[in-house]
Design a binder for this molecule. Structure first.
Ligand code: PMP
Length: 459
């Protein structure tokens, strides 16, 4: 039973003593009490299917018994020390984690959050290349620290501070909303009808977006030189936006030709999330120079990492760089057990199997409802974009969106919300969900969308 502060008291403290940033609360904000695998329970004992996994962070399940046991066992021995001393957990985990990466991506630096990992990656890129300029894509989210905020290109997550020296945003290869289509060229099990002459090897939209990237190099970068490119393998906060096939590979070539390194932000897409691959970048058939990872790496525990090549890491050789909590024994014990669970329970395969089934079922909703503009994603990284109607693609207004989103919660399904226009349902659950969980979510969405469909169309 719930024994915490009562609900009204919490609302009072929230309004009086918490920094009032806008969080997208439900009409009646949820008060969570405990969690178990894909389930969350509120203070009144109501059960919810967690289809957002603490923002794509719960990889193997809330309070997964093996991960919890590993944390408890380590807590009894040692929580924290400093990297001035050595602790075996860091080395054992470093070896296991880096063995999951391809090519020369062999050395790791542990930190505690996605923003910290990207900060460090940006610094490494600048030190290694001796260039300053960085390119990211519009609609990207790479973090909130003042250093990395410049690469985040969703204006609602930016502040009018000197955040963006030397940072350039390229046109986003958004195949749903963009100028040149290319929806059929996404790497997704559900395909829309082809309207183009693209071949398996050459997507016309990808080529157009590539030309836009070239323009950034030509017009904005000092003498065309770049330190690095940041890219998510599927944009997360931006609303599960997938690049057309072939785009990223060509973008990487352009960056390298112009003196830069390629940074894959795997904060959301890593650890088997996209099903077919352990890392999201693999679906683009590229090998980055630096990979950043957070969220799912610790199944909810603050832990993140930057993995790079020995050559790039060399730039920090003999330099002082310090992070108090990075790589602490507790975080490493947890990270290690998460990797073991992913292997033992074949979590990635489940992501692929259940995710593909889920996408097929959600695609039926796209065919049934005028307001479901797009269904996209791979594995358990899924987005459902709600619109006024399919033709105009006008983002569904906040009032209607919130009704739908809130009703899903009332029926026991928690879904994320995202995109520049906050009109995208984000389905990124703990990867232990079953087909039955996916079916239940689709049933709830079908019921709720049916209830609201008439109102939306009149609107
Ligand atoms: N990169 C991506 C792709 C993210 O989604 C996020 C967080 N939403 C971050 C970086 C920043 O992570 P953190 O909030 O842990 O700093």
């Amino acid at each position: 039973p719930y024994e915490g502060l009562d609900y009204e008291k919490i609302q009072k403290i929230k309004s009086e003593r918490i920094v009032p940033c806008i969080m997208q609360y439900y009409k009646k904000p949820l008060l969570i009490h405990h969690g178990k695998m894909q389930w969350l329970f509120d203070h009144e004992g109501n059960r919810y299917l967690d289809m957002f996994g603490g923002i794509v962070t719960i990889s193997v399940g809330h309070c997964h018994p093996k991960v919890t046991a590993a944390a408890k066992a380590q807590m009894d021995k040692l929580w924290h020390t400093t990297n001035i001393y050595q602790h075996p957990n860091l080395y054992e985990y470093a070896e296991k984690l880096t063995s999951k990466l391809p090519g020369d991506l062999k050395v790791v630096y542990f930190v505690n959050s996605g923003s910290e990992a990207n900060d460090l990656a940006m610094m490494m890129a600048r030190l290694y290349t001796k260039n300053f300029d960085i390119v990211s894509f519009r609609n990207a989210y790479h973090g909130m620290s003042p250093y990395i905020m410049g690469t985040t290109a969703i204006s609602t997550w930016r502040y009018n501070l000197p955040i963006a020296q030397g940072i350039h945003h390229a046109m986003n290869p958004d195949v749903y909303r963009g100028l040149w289509g290319g929806q059929h060229c996404r790497d997704s099990p559900i395909q829309t009808q082809r309207h183009c002459n693209c071949s398996e090897f050459r997507c016309e939209a990808a080529q157009k977006y590539y030309e836009q990237l070239e323009e950034v190099f030509k017009y904005s970068l000092p003498r065309g030189q770049v330190a690095g490119l940041f890219a998510e393998s599927i944009q997360g906060v931006g609303g599960t936006v997938q690049f057309p096939k072939g785009f990223l590979k060509k973008a990487y070539e352009l960056v390298r030709t112009n003196g830069g390194v390629c940074i894959a932000d795997e904060v959301q897409t890593g650890f088997g999330r996209t099903g077919g691959h352990f890392w999201g970048f693999e679906m683009h058939k590229v090998v980055p120079d630096i990979v950043t990872m957070a969220k799912g790496i610790g199944n909810g525990f603050p832990l993140s990492a930057v993995v790079t090549t020995p050559k790039i890491a060399e730039t920090l050789n003999s330099a002082l760089h310090f992070n108090t909590f990075g790589g602490n024994p507790l975080a490493c014990a947890i990270g290690m057990s998460v990797l073991e669970v992913i292997e033992e329970e074949e979590t990635q395969a489940n992501s692929e199997k259940v995710g593909t089934h889920f996408l097929y079922e959600l695609a039926k909703l796209r065919d049934e409802f005028e307001c479901v503009g797009d269904v996209r994603g791979k594995g358990l990284m899924i987005g459902v974009e709600l619109v006024e109607d399919k033709e105009s693609k006008i983002p569904l207004g906040a009032k209607n969106f919130v009704e739908i989103w809130n009703d899903c919660k009332e029926m026991g399904v928690l879904i994320g919300r995202g995109g520049m226009n906050s009109n995208i349902l984000r389905l990124k659950p703990p990867m232990c969900i079953t087909k039955a969980d996916a079916d239940y979510t689709v049933d709830v969405l079908r019921y709720v969308l049916t209830k609201h469909a008439k109102k939306i169309q009149k609107h």
